[in-house]
Ligand binder design. Sequence first.
Ligand SMILES: NC(=O)c1ccc[n+]([C@@H]2O[C@H](COP(=O)([O-])OP(=O)(O)OC[C@H]3O[C@@H](n4cnc5c(N)ncnc54)[C@H](OP(=O)(O)O)[C@@H]3O)[C@@H](O)[C@H]2O)c1
Length: 355
Amino acid sequence: MVRRDDWAECETRAGEPGGELAPGEARFRIERLALTSNNVTYALIGEQIGYWRFFPAADGWGRVPAWGYAEVVDSAADAVEVGERFYGFWPMSSEVTLEPVARGRTVVDSAAHRRELPGLYNTYLPAAAPDTETEELLSLVRPLFTTAWLLDDYLALEGFRGAATVLVSSASSKTAAAMAWCLAQRSERPHVVGLTSAGNKEYVAGLGTYDEAVAYDDIASADVAGPVVLVDFAGRPGLRTAIGDRFGPEFRWLIGVGITHAAGAAELSGGAAAESEFFFAPTYLERRTAELGAAELRGRIGAAESAYVDAVARSWPIQRVAGPDAVRQAWLDQVAGHADPRGGVVLTFAQEPLE
Ligand SMILES: NC(=O)c1ccc[n+]([C@@H]2O[C@H](COP(=O)([O-])OP(=O)(O)OC[C@H]3O[C@@H](n4cnc5c(N)ncnc54)[C@H](OP(=O)(O)O)[C@@H]3O)[C@@H](O)[C@H]2O)c1
């Protein structure tokens, strides 16, 4: 549990022992969860976007959601049976009780407190028999790659609004790096420049998917052609202003996506861009689902995701974190920005990681 007004304050608490389930409920044992900056952002915008409402907690506290895998350990619901496993959106906990109902090949949590929240987060996909390596990778890759693919799709549909350069902040983040990989698959696209912290510049340059890596402090002097679009994953104070100062009216378009640098005061206003917007993946996903059909869209994203896993993510070093104390420390490290962008953290509340 994390204090909603200070997410560096956190503790693990023993829950009530699981009692008898009401009709329609099922209990899931949560096996593995990915931890990235994305989860810190969930806490940061928990009030505005509603991330605290998925898994209610005691007054003033929140349970931060995370993506991963869980197994049904008790069921009084028709939709799921004991032993079935699902990928989806879980609390950072060892167990959770949902009210699953079948929807096509998936199940959806129909609990009243989640009905108003975006459907993407309430949908659980059946998982095959446990395969540790694949599930660890997919816990990390899937939520972020989907956003990356959708951003690439959106930029291309818009013809990049005529930009000569796509600037990408927090270029070392997994979502940004996956978007750059998607852009790199296109035969025609603008120059793609990764903006990053000085300490991550070498890493970003070595990814091979950005045409160039530039440290935040060098933006004023870097050799970058306008007009530019900024895809902003950082929300870093001063960055949008610095880009506005450098490019003037050629700062054509700003797409706000994330706030990895928001431990202080995030810069979330439009800056000096001619046009600016916030990109929310679930909303754009709904739009493209309506335009292309769910099966077509799932097929396109799934094919690209498989290619990305094989080409890039398979080689990621995975840091396995097990047990409540280690999970707490991993969360604090992530909040403090000490997490290494190479690879990823996968956690479980069990004392030993599942093999
Ligand atoms: N709008 C949407 O629908 C949507 C969907 C998915 C993700 N997102 C957002 O995209 C962002 C990236 O998420 P991710 O999970 O891909 O990130 P990640 O892989 O964990 O990113 C790590 C990078 O973020 C920066 N960073 C992290 N913590 C920091 C700190 N405390 N201080 C300074 N820099 C820090 C560093 O990059 P640099 O040194 O390169 O800056 C670091 O290498 C998040 O804000 C996430 O919520 C938004």
